[in-house]
Design a protein around this ligand. Structure first.
Ligand code: DC
Length: 229
């Protein structure tokens, strides 16, 4: 019997701490990590650069065909993986810029765009053990993953975390604007027709409002031995 590589799905709303937790968890377990939001963001970068209408699904799909969104999982890279839009490598400041954040939920709402990126995400997960963070990893991308975490946190906790992350990446934004933006992205992610943000039936729901990243990783690690069986 061939052993299937361990897959851990971490889903949750914007700024719930998924990416920090997923990356630290992967490091602790010595496995790879991918933040799938970066793939939707890379496509949003391309849309901005080519002045593509983000409501036009056909045009976005053409972009995906012209410039492949390619990820390479490299734990030593600044984000834990490298991501390319065609020949261009995208860095964290570009992916997290206000302009990209403003349009990414619209980009990610198109079913055929999602299908193209999900196919790539599954291919990656088939190659090696991985912790994958996103919105639909447990429900759609890797429904067979043996460990699924749905990470939540209060809006206040998420605003304050996101502010810290953005400041570290050199992006300045007011608390008021950040709150509006997070609430709007929650609404768009939760109400979209395709792959809305919902916990998988078999996901463990973890509220991280009062926990730091290490505590969340500790809590998840307690379930890993079972998932490895
Ligand atoms: O996690 P993030 O903020 O970088 O995600 C950016 C956007 O991409 C977010 O608005 C929802 C979308 N997304 C998604 O629809 N499915 C995923 N698996 C990951 C992100």
């Amino acid at each position: 019997m061939t052993a299937v590589a361990l897959q851990i799905a971490i889903d949750g709303p914007a700024a719930s701490g998924k990416t920090t937790v997923a990356r630290r968890l992967a490091k602790r377990l010595g496995i790879l990590y991918l933040d799938t939001g970066a793939m939707y963001r890379a496509l949003a970068v391309l849309a901005l650069q080519t002045r593509t209408d983000v409501d036009n699904e056909d045009a976005l799909l053409r972009l995906c065909g012209l410039y492949r969104i390619d990820v390479r999982l490299e734990p030593a890279a600044p984000m834990g993986f490298r991501i390319f839009a065609g020949a261009q490598e995208c860095d964290e400041a570009t992916l997290q810029s206000n302009a990209v954040t403003a349009i990414v939920s619209t980009v990610a709402a198109h079913p055929r765009v999602r299908a193209a990126l999900v196919q790539e995400q599954r291919r990656i997960a088939g190659c090696a053990a991985v912790v994958m963070a996103g919105r639909d990893i447990g429900t759609v991308v890797l429904p067979q993953a043996p460990l699924k975490i749905f990470l939540t946190a209060s809006v206040d906790a998420r605003v304050s975390r996101r502010r810290g992350q953005l400041a570290a990446a050199g992006v300045d934004i007011s608390v008021h604007r950040l709150r509006e933006e997070i609430e709007e992205r929650d609404r768009l992610d939760r109400t979209r027709r395709v792959s809305p943000l919902v916990p998988a039936d078999d996901a463990l729901i973890l509220d991280s409002s009062a926990l730091d990243a290490e505590q969340v990783v500790d809590a998840i690690c307690a379930f890993v031995p079972e998932a490895r069986l």
